[in-house]
Design a protein around this ligand. Structure first.
Ligand code: NAD
Ligand code: 0WE
Length: 275
């Protein structure tokens, strides 16, 4: 029996590809494996050099578009170009976040207005704007997914204003699900566990964050780009049919845990904390 690929004939945009470690790359590969035709947007020329060789690895040649979400015209032009090229867009993936590195430490309350506005702009408003610009072109039964993190719901050291932006992002998912539900389009977020990507590099103690999650998640492991890719595929495909306005944790269950597992911590022999 031959089964039709889940994304056969479907076309859509992935925003936020920086390199082969990006969550966006895990998503691109999962969609490609199921027959999707993909457009990839990248932030600037420096990243274009990294994106081109990745694009060559996909089975259907992707469309590459420069799109800097700090510039509204750039976002508008991106969707217009795709709408004109394809007629209809079946899916959009938003995998973009940014805050000034200096403010991903210390106290959240010390954030500057300038950094607050920029973090909100790039990490939250850009999703809203992408939904609005995509809206005229989305096919009925289209699907949109953005990426969030547990720091939106609970406090982790140093995530700070990004947590506030992700809380806004998750609320935006709920409101957009109503706005776009009228045209049959579903809107969801995936709240991924920590993954070593460019956006995680240079974060002090990221190794410890990874180890902490691995020791304490119900499935005793960290998540991979590929796993987030396949969960995103499910939400973008007909498998996700009745799911909208939702934030789905793809974190090996870490978010349900309250107290750490002392036995696992001891067994690891690492000094993550001492009682
Ligand atoms: P990444 O660095 O590979 O991707 C972040 C992307 O944001 C980059 O491609 C970058 O170019 C893009 N970006 C930043 N500013 C932009 C701008 N002005 N215009 C256009 N693009 C811009 O890192 P990632 O971890 O794959 O991040 C993707 C998403 O996943 C982010 O929303 C992040 O918050 C979220 N996330 C990451 C983790 C993790 O641990 N890595 C966990 C949960 C959620
Ligand atoms: O959302 C993210 C990444 C957020 C991020 C990271 C950077 C680093 C480089 C946003 N902006 C920047 N700006 C830079 O200049 N994650 C979920 C990964 C992440 O980031 C953290 C984490 C985790 C997990 C920051 C502090 C604490 C935990």
């Amino acid at each position: 029996m031959t089964v039709e690929p889940l994304m056969a004939g479907k076309k859509g945009l992935i925003m936020g590809l920086a390199n082969d470690k990006s969550i966006a790359w895990g998503i691109a590969q999962a969609l490609d494996a199921q027959g999707a035709e993909i457009a990839i947007s990248y932030q600037n020329e420096a990243l274009e050099k990294r994106v081109i060789p990745l694009a060559e690895k996909l089975s259907i040649e992707p469309t590459l578009i420069k799109c800097d979400v700090s510039d509204s015209k750039s976002v508008e032009d991106c969707f217009k170009a795709l709408g004109e090229k394809w007629g209809k867009i079946d899916f959009v993936v938003h995998a973009i976040g940014f805050s000034d590195k200096d403010q991903l430490k210390g106290r959240m309350i010390d954030t500057t207005l300038d950094n607050f506005l920029n973090t909100m702009h790039i990490s939250c408003y850009s999703f809203i704007e992408a939904c609005r610009c995509a809206s005229p072109y989305m096919s009925e039964k289209g699907s949109i997914v953005t990426l969030s993190y547990l720091g939106s719901e609970r406090v982790l050291p140093n995530y700070n204003i990004m947590g506030v932006a992700k809380a806004g992002l998750e609320a935006a998912v709920r409101y957009a699900s109503v706005d776009m539900g009228r045209q049959g389009v579903r809107v969801n977020a995936i709240s991924a566990g920590p993954i070593k990507t460019l956006a995680a590099s240079g974060i002090g103690d990221f190794r410890k964050i990874l180890r902490w999650n691995e020791l304490n998640a119900p499935l005793q492991a960290n998540v991979t780009q590929e796993q987030v890719g396949r969960a995103t595929l499910a939400l973008l495909s007909p498998l996700g049919e009745a799911i909208t306005g939702e934030v789905i944790h793809v974190d090996n269950g870490y978010n349900v845990i309250s107290m750490i597992n002392l036995a696992n911590a001891k067994e690891s022999g690492e000094v993550l904390c001492e009682f």
